[in-house]
Design a binder for this molecule. Structure first.
Ligand code: DUC
Ligand code: ZN
Ligand code: ZN
Length: 478
C-alpha cells in the first residue's frame, strides 16, 4: 500500500504543453507522485472543480535589486519581486546577476546570492550578464560558472556601460558553444541609437515619447540579424530576448526557416502597449511610465507578435520585469530632474512580473488567439526546457516539483496598482480588464498565495542550480 499523500488537488483540469484532461493530482514531500482519475487519503485536499491546474509560471526574464550606473535604485528587491511573482501565479523566476565593468563575475554572483538568500517567495535561478569579457572572465570565470549551473548568460549590443563590440560578441558566443551554455542577446544597434538620440535632442525633441523614435525598429532588426550571423559563424544556438515587433521577428523566422537554432522571447508590453503610450496624456512626462527597451511599437507589430506566439516563432513569453519608480525617493524614479531634460536619462524598464500570466491568458486564451496548451508552453514548459530546469520544473509529471498554479478561467479583474504586490509605485497596465486569474500558487506542495493573499513566509523560495539548455541537447549548434 502506498503512503498517505500530503496533498490531493481534486477535480481540476490538468493542462500541459500538449494536453488537457480531468484528473486528481497527488503530492508527497513536495513532489508530484500520482496523477489518476480519482485519488484519496491525504492530509489536505484542495477542491479544484472548475479550475485549471497548471505547472507554476516560470518567468525567465526579470531584474531584481540590480544596481544602475547612475545610482537609480530598482523598485524591487528579491523580497518584493518574488512576492509579486508568486501573486501572479509564478513559482520560479530567473533574475540576472549583472557583471559591472572591472569586477569579477564570481564576486558579482556571490553578491546577488547574498541579496537573495532567505528573501524569496518563489524559487529563483540566475542568468549572468557579461559586460566585461576579459581573458580572465572568458577563459576561467565563465567556464567555471557554467559548470556550476549558471548555464545561460546575456550580452548587450547597446548601452554605454554594457555594449560589446562584434569581436567581443563572437568571443562570448564561442565560449557559449564550448561550455554548452545558452547565450541571450539584447539586440539593438548601439551606434544607430546614439546617432538618432543626438539628432532628436538637437531638434529639441526630448520628451519620453522620443525614446521610441531613437530606439527605432530598424536598429533592432539590424542587430537581430547581426546576432544571428554571429551565432551562425560560431555555430551556437542563441536566444533573442524581448523581441518587440515585425521587423526583428522576420529576421528570426528567416534564420529558423534555414534550420538555425535561433530561439526567441517576447513580452506583454509588445502585445498590449504601443509607442503612443509613451506620449502620456499630451506628450507629457506620464509617457516615462512606458519607457523600456526595446520600446513598444504599433498595432501591425502587435499583430505580428501574436502570429509568432501562435506559430512557434517565439518559444518563451517573459515579463522583462525591470521596475523603476515613477516618483522615486530622492529623485531616484523615472520622473527625476535629469530625465526631464532628455528621454535618454529616463531609466529603461517597466514592472510586469505579476501581470504577465493574466495578460497573456486574457488577451491570448480568453480571446481565442492561442490555445491553453500553448499558454502553458510559452509561460512554463519551454522556459524550463530552454533554461535547464526541465522536468523538475515546468511539467505536471511524476517526480516533478509540485509547483502548481490553480487558475480560474472565468474570474474577471481590473489591473490596478493598489492590488499588486510589487515594490513599484505604478503599473503600465493600470485599468486593463482581464478574464482569467490565478487563485492559488503552490510551491513544492506548499500554498504560497491564496486568492491574492500571501500566505507563505519569506524565504520559502530557494536557489535552483540548472542543467544544460535543451537548445544544446542535440548535436551541433547552427
Ligand atoms: N533590457 C532588458 O532586458 N530589460 C530592461 C532594459 C533593457 O535594456
Ligand atoms: Zn535587454
Ligand atoms: Zn530585461
Amino acid at each position: 500500500m502506498r503512503e498517505r499523500l500530503d496533498l490531493i488537488i481534486r477535480g481540476g483540469t490538468l493542462v500541459t504543453a500538449s494536453d488537457r484532461y480531468r484528473a486528481d493530482l497527488g503530492v508527497k514531500d513536495g513532489r508530484i507522485v500520482e496523477i489518476a482519475a480519482a485519488l484519496s487519503d491525504a492530509d489536505e485536499v484542495i477542491d479544484a472543480t472548475g479550475l485549471l491546474v497548471l505547472p507554476g509560471g516560470i518567468d525567465a526574464h526579470v531584474h531584481l535589486a540590480q544596481p544602475t550606473s547612475d545610482g537609480t535604485v530598482m523598485a524591487d528587491d528579491f523580497e518584493t519581486g518574488t512576492r509579486s511573482a508568486a501573486a501572479g501565479g509564478n513559482t520560479t523566476v530567473l533574475p540576472f546577476a549583472m557583471q559591472q565593468k572591472g569586477s569579477s563575475l564570481r564576486d558579482c554572483v556571490q553578491d546577488y546570492h547574498s541579496k537573495a538568500e532567505g528573501q524569496c517567495y518563489t524559487d529563483i535561478s540566475f542568468h549572468l550578464v557579461i559586460s566585461d569579457p576579459t581573458p580572465q572572465v572568458l577563459g576561467q570565470e565563465l567556464p567555471a560558472l557554467v559548470r556550476d549551473g549558471y548555464t545561460s548568460f546575456k550580452v548587450f549590443m547597446t548601452y554605454d556601460d554594457l555594449v560589446l563590440n562584434d569581436a567581443e560578441l563572437l568571443e562570448v558566443f564561442d565560449v557559449a558553444r564550448r561550455e554548452r551554455a545558452l547565450v541571450m542577446v539584447h539586440a539593438e544597434g548601439h551606434d544607430a541609437i546614439k546617432y538618432m538620440t543626438q539628432r532628436l535632442e538637437d531638434e529639441g525633441k526630448t520628451a519620453p515619447y522620443y525614446h521610441a523614435e531613437a530606439h527605432h525598429q530598424a536598429a533592432e532588426r539590424e542587430a537581430t540579424h547581426r546576432a544571428i550571423s554571429h551565432a551562425q559563424m560560431t555555430d551556437v544556438p542563441v536566444m533573442i530576448v524581448h523581441v518587440s515587433g515585425r521587423d526583428p521577428m522576420e529576421q528570426i523566422q528567416w534564420a529558423q526557416r534555414r534550420g538555425m537554432k535561433v530561439h526567441a522571447e517576447t513580452c506583454p508590453q509588445y502585445i498590449v502597449l504601443t509607442r503612443d503610450d509613451l506620449k502620456g496624456l499630451n506628450m507629457d512626462f506620464e509617457g516615462a511610465k512606458y519607457v523600456c527597451s526595446p520600446p513598444p511599437r504599433d498595432s501591425d507589430s502587435q499583430a505580428a507578435i501574436w502570429e509568432g506566439l501562435r506559430d512557434g516563432t517565439f518559444d518563451v513569453f517573459s515579463s522583462d520585469h525591470c521596475p523603476f519608480y515613477f516618483d522615486g525617493p530622492e529623485n531616484t524614479g523615472k520622473d527625476n530632474p535629469k530625465a526631464r531634460t532628455s528621454f535618454k536619462w529616463v531609466p529603461n524598464g517597466i514592472p510586469g512580473v505579476e501581470t504577465r500570466l493574466p495578460i497573456l491568458f486574457s488577451e491570448g486564451v480568453s480571446k481565442g488567439r492561442i490555445s491553453l496548451e500553448r499558454f502553458v508552453a510559452l509561460t512554463s514548459t519551454n522556459p524550463a526546457k530552454l533554461y535547464g530546469l526541465y522536468p523538475q520544473k515546468g511539467a505536471l509529471v511524476i517526480g516533478a516539483d509540485a509547483d502548481i498554479t490553480l487558475w480560474d478561467p472565468t474570474k474577471t479583474a481590473v489591473i490596478s496598482q493598489d492590488k499588486l504586490h510589487h515594490g513599484c509605485d505604478y503599473t503600465p497596465y493600470e485599468g486593463m480588464r482581464i478574464t482569467g486569474w490565478p487563485t492559488r500558487t503552490i510551491l513544492r506542495g506548499e500554498t504560497i498565495v491564496l486568492n491574492g493573499g500571501i500566505v507563505a513566509k519569506m524565504g520559502v523560495g530557494t536557489y535552483q542550480t540548472r542543467g544544460t539548455s535543451a537548445a544544446l541537447d542535440t548535436l551541433g549548434g547552427n
